[in-house]
Design a protein around this ligand. Structure first.
Ligand SMILES: [Zn+2]
Length: 454
């Protein structure tokens, strides 16, 4: 089974062909001027599922996910909030780590920060200048776009078309409006590092060219990021690296489409966002993972209440089945393969199709439960456990897995049954209400009262 992904650069599907057993991936992480929103999480969840799948297929995966902890927006925002830019970056980075960890997104192999790699960045800028593809004007260094004829190859834009969209007045010191900054001279009161061009800081694009190749080498397998980064960020990353070194940059480009809010891209700068915390305060992290993976990563989608509620009911269907299956079949196993499911993911990470198979299993499993068919239930549960693991779901262990908790819930259930038999209905109802407020459900069945988590 050949794993294929759609490559933005060649505009076609490409088989994954790493030079050895390791797949090397660079994924543009967040600029930490603000708190992470659900739009950011889409990319993290998609890459997490992809990485788990590759590992399941026997590859080692080196995943580098950077943190942009210094740029114009970080400086502006820290001034607006009246705090040091380092504190702002640290606070938002910590929140990103907290929410991704809550979402069961595995930490990347390396999470480099721009400010930790100034030396490598300065070195790459120097090489670009030496090879005649960049120039310095009073402490700023610009990439000379017209010196690199392949500029536009990723986004499919050509230089003349781009010129039409550009303001003709040269606000900066650039020779050409299309040129972009590799290094910015520090203005009064701004953070700075020393460089051959004086005190300053890196431009945004250069850090990713420097850090990706530092950890992964040139010609690494996949460069990933949000669709909104194709131009100019990724276009510039390629130009800088290839012009500066003469070596190939990334073999394939994988872009995750936007998660919109009311038809518009979520944006930290306009405040048009739903923060990651807002969602995780209300919903099980598995619900957000399901909400994300139910749409193919190359399709735009909307964040809506209906969408997230649907994902919640869908996740409940899975958990209810798992709970029932666990009581019917305490010895659960994990299948070693599930070819149809693997084929779906090998096919440009078709997670909607893979999830369709998951729900087929839940349906078959429920039928097997009703019919008391242990053979089918065993097989279905094993495949379901495998599939959920590969997609990175983590069914809650608050059900069935904690014996102490089960004992306490049984005591509460018995107590409520006694209240009812003593005709103390007011007290029994009050107990039910309080349990419900804490997210517990009471079911009065023929076999007795059962209490479970919603
Ligand atoms: Zn980047």
């Amino acid at each position: 089974m050949q794993v294929e992904i759609y490559d933005t650069l060649s505009r076609q599907r490409k088989p994954l062909e790493p030079a050895d057993n390791t797949v090397r991936i660079y994924h543009c992480g967040m600029t930490v001027q603000a708190r992470p929103h659900v739009g950011h999480l889409r990319g993290y969840i998609v890459m997490d599922a992809f990485r788990r799948f590759l590992r399941f297929k026997g590859y080692d995966v080196t995943l580098v996910q950077n943190i942009t902890d210094i740029d114009d927006k970080v400086i502006e925002k820290s001034r607006a909030e009246g705090i040091d830019w380092r504190m702002l970056a640290e606070r938002n980075t910590k929140e990103l780590l907290d929410v991704t960890s809550a979402l069961n997104v595995e930490p990347p192999t390396v999470m480099p920060r721009a400010t930790q790699h100034i030396e490598e960045i300065v070195d790459l800028v120097s090489r670009i200048v030496d090879r005649g593809h960049a120039y310095e004007v009073s402490g700023d260094v610009y990439f000379d776009v017209r010196s690199y004829p392949k500029y536009g190859k990723l986004s499919g834009k050509n230089i003349d078309d781009l010129m039409e969209g550009v303001r003709k007045d040269l606000a900066d010191n650039k020779r050409d409006p299309l040129d972009f900054a590799l290094w910015k001279a520090a203005k009064e009161g701004e953070p700075y590092w020393f460089s051959p061009w004086g005190k300053g800081r890196p431009g945004w694009h250069i850090e990713c060219s420097a850090m990706s190749t530092l950890y992964l080498g040139s010609g690494f397998d996949i460069h990933a990021g949000g669709e909104d980064l194709v131009f100019p960020h990724h276009e510039n990353e390629i130009a800088q690296y290839e012009a500066g070194t003469g070596k190939p940059f990334a073999k394939a480009w994988m872009h995750v489409e936007m998660l919109n809010l009311q038809g518009e891209k979520m944006s930290k700068s306009t405040g048009h966002v739903v923060t990651a915390r807002d969602v995780l305060d209300l919903y099980d992290p598995n619900v957000l993972r399901l909400f994300t993976l139910r749409v193919h990563y190359r399709a735009q989608t909307e964040y809506t209440m209906e969408g997230i509620q649907e994902a919640r009911s869908a996740w409940e269907r899975i958990e209810n089945f798992l709970e029932a299956a666990r009581s019917a079949l305490p010895d659960q196993s994990v299948a070693s393969s599930y070819p149809e499911f693997e084929q779906a993911l090998a096919d440009d990470l078709n997670t909607p199709k893979a999830l369709g198979l998951v729900f087929d299993l839940v349906r078959e499993g429920n039928e097997a439960l009703a019919a008391g068919n242990t053979g089918i239930l065993t097989d279905v549960s094993a495949r379901l456990n495998l599939a959920l693991g590969i997609l990175g779901f983590k069914p809650s262990d608050k059900r069935g897995s904690s014996e102490e908790l089960d004992k306490v819930l049984a005591i509460v259930a018995d107590f409520r049954a006694e209240l009812r038999s003593a005709k103390a209905f007011d007290w029994a109802d009050k107990l039910r209400e309080n349990l419900q407020k804490s997210g517990l459900i009471i079911e009065d069945t023929k076999e007795g009262t059962r209490i479970r988590f919603k």
